[in-house]
Ligand binder design. Structure first.
Ligand SMILES: [Zn+2]
Length: 137
């Protein structure tokens, strides 16, 4: 069962983030890495912000991340989330991937804190689309 109901808007991949969503469809969390200066970046962009290179590959993330920051959402910004309140939105970092700050949800925890380790899980929203989310270890 998905975290949010079917009325939740679905990802609409574009030419910049299609590689990200393609990796997600294979249940792989991957971020752009510049082939020339090795800078990692997210969200995906067509040009490296550091060296302007357009050459890129996708670097897979580990399953374990760390809470950099978080907030507990108590107000529904979309009708689809109104039955799920409160829920947690967090910025997750990966010590192995400097510079990556990934916004996601953290589930299955009542006691979240900065620095806490979390494990990646895949939210199956149907039709081969998987959303990366995290839960407490
Ligand atoms: Zn670069």
């Amino acid at each position: 069962m998905s975290l949010f109901p079917e009325t939740m808007p679905r990802p609409e991949p574009n030419m910049d983030d299609a590689g990200f969503w393609e990796a997600c469809s294979n249940r792989r969390l991957a971020f752009q890495s510049c082939n020339d200066c090795h800078t990692l970046r997210h969200p995906p962009t067509p040009v490296c912000p550091k060296c302007r290179s357009t050459h890129v590959h996708w670097q897979e993330a580990p399953e374990i991340g760390e809470i950099f920051s978080f907030t507990r959402i108590h107000h529904a910004s979309h009708p689809a989330v109104s039955d799920q309140l409160p829920y947690i939105v967090a910025i997750v970092t990966f010590p192995e991937l400097p510079g990556i700050r990934f916004i996601s949800n953290v589930t299955e925890t009542d006691s979240i804190h900065i620095g806490m380790q979390v494990r990646l899980w895949w939210d199956d929203i149907g039709d081969g689309v998987y959303i990366p989310r995290f839960k407490a270890i």
